[in-house]
Design a protein around this ligand. Structure first.
Ligand code: ADP
Ligand code: MG
Length: 385
């Protein structure tokens, strides 16, 4: 792949002032919990999105995406909720949100290249936002990469870009992962107060691997399903008289379910409350080196997302079943669902057989070949050059 800096020179006629990048992520466990004030446990991927950038003295954003094969110009004054449309919203939205937060942000020339597959549930959108956000922070002296607290503020701006400008009602997990994860660690993220903790995550010593399967099944967060799940959780919280479902303790779950007005709200609530408990259990198991238990929790999480939260799909279910039959300790869908990717915890020696098993299961159903790759926990967004 041609580097972002080289492409920048070709597109804009001069070398970029610097190059920044941010990682995609997989969430180990804690799905659809972020907007419920709950817990999540993402790792940053080794795959990153790169933004080569130069500041401009005016208020024009010019942005080229190698993936889209297109260069778009957006006057910053025209950026706001719903504008611009399409992929440039993720870039323009970040500059807009930083300005809204009081930053002295001007125009930029930006060239984007990405190793994170788009729309695969691996958070290419947050990787793009956070690479651009990191660049803007350095180029306009905003100091938002300095420490965890400022990185948290940059994450907030990137969330606003995605929610308000791009119009995708996602929670804050992806941006926090891209900005706060550390190499060799999973990020325990408490979405109630933004508190984070690094949890050592190194499978190699235990002879294990984490395998990602991009099912290549179409996934779109803007088709309303994600939004519907959020609204259901808000309704359930309202009926229970709590701010968020985080406030429902696992011990009080049965009593809470009995008070809800219908079966749909009961199943959504049961997923959220049990999933938050599974994150706590997984952190304990990781710290204790009990990967068998982590695997069991993955599998329980998948069942809950499939049956109670109803965000899985046939491709995700088949990928999970195939790797489990091939020796995985556990597997689950990761990300928002309705397509995208699954993850599996496997003995290193079983990985090849598992990849073959998933491929065969997909081929037998006439589905496109999935992409399987091993990942380790990578580092956060920052300046590369
Ligand atoms: P995910 O974040 O799981 O990959 P999303 O639907 O949240 O899926 O985000 C994908 C969208 O983000 C793309 O459709 C596109 O609009 C934008 N995007 C991500 N990476 C790039 C890129 N390298 N170039 C242009 N747009 C991108
Ligand atoms: Mg996304």
């Amino acid at each position: 792949m041609t580097s972002a800096a080289e492409t920048h020179r070709d597109v804009f006629g001069s070398a970029p002032q610097g190059v920044w990048s941010a990682p995609g992520r997989v969430n180990l466990i804690g799905e659809h919990t972020d907007y419920n004030g709950g817990l999540a446990l993402p790792i940053a991927l080794p795959q990153r999105t790169t933004a080569a950038c130069s500041p401009r003295p005016d208020d024009l954003l010019r942005v080229h995406s190698a993936h889209e094969g297109e260069t778009v110009e957006v006057p910053l004054g025209e950026v706001g909720p719903g504008s611009p449309e399409g992929w440039p919203a993720y870039v323009a939205g970040v500059l807009w949100a930083l300005r809204e937060a009081g930053g002295a942000v001007r125009g930029l020339d930006v060239t984007v290249t990405s190793e994170v597959p788009l729309g695969a549930g691996l958070s290419s959108s947050a990787a793009l936002e956070c690479a651009v956000g990191a660049a803007a922070s350095d180029l306009f002296d905003l100091g938002l990469l300095a420490d965890a607290a400022s990185r948290g503020r940059l994450a907030d701006a990137c969330v606003r870009a995605e929610n308000e400008v791009a119009g995708a009602a996602t929670g804050g997990m992806d941006q926090s992962a891209a900005l706060l994860c550390q190499e060799g660690a999973a990020l325990l993220l408490d979405c109630r107060d933004g508190a984070t903790e690094q949890v050592p995550f190194d499978l190699e010593a235990a002879g294990m691997v984490l395998l990602v399967t991009d099912t290549r099944a179409a996934h779109s967060l803007s088709d309303g399903q994600y939004e519907q799940r959020r609204r259901a959780c808000e309704r359930a919280a309202h009926e229970l008289g709590v701010q968020t479902l985080r406030e429902v303790a696992p011990g009080g779950l049965e009593e809470a379910l009995a008070r809800l007005s219908g079966d749909e709200l009961r199943r959504r609530t049961r997923h959220v409350v049990t999933e938050i408990a599974r994150v706590e259990a997984a952190v304990g198991a990781l710290r204790a080196g009990d990967l068998e238990e982590v695997g069991r929790l993955f599998t329980a999480s998948h069942a809950s997302l499939r049956d109670d939260y109803e965000v899985s799909c046939a491709e995700l279910d088949v990928s999970v079943e195939a790797v489990e039959a091939a020796g995985a300790l556990g597997a689950r869908m990761t990300g928002g669902g309705f397509g995208g990717s699954s993850i599996a915890l496997l003995p290193a020696g079983s990985a090849e057989a598992a990849v073959d098993a998933v491929g065969a299961a997909f081929a037998a159903r006439g589905w496109a070949e999935p992409a399987c790759f091993r990942v380790t926990a990578g580092g956060a967004a920052g300046r590369d050059a």
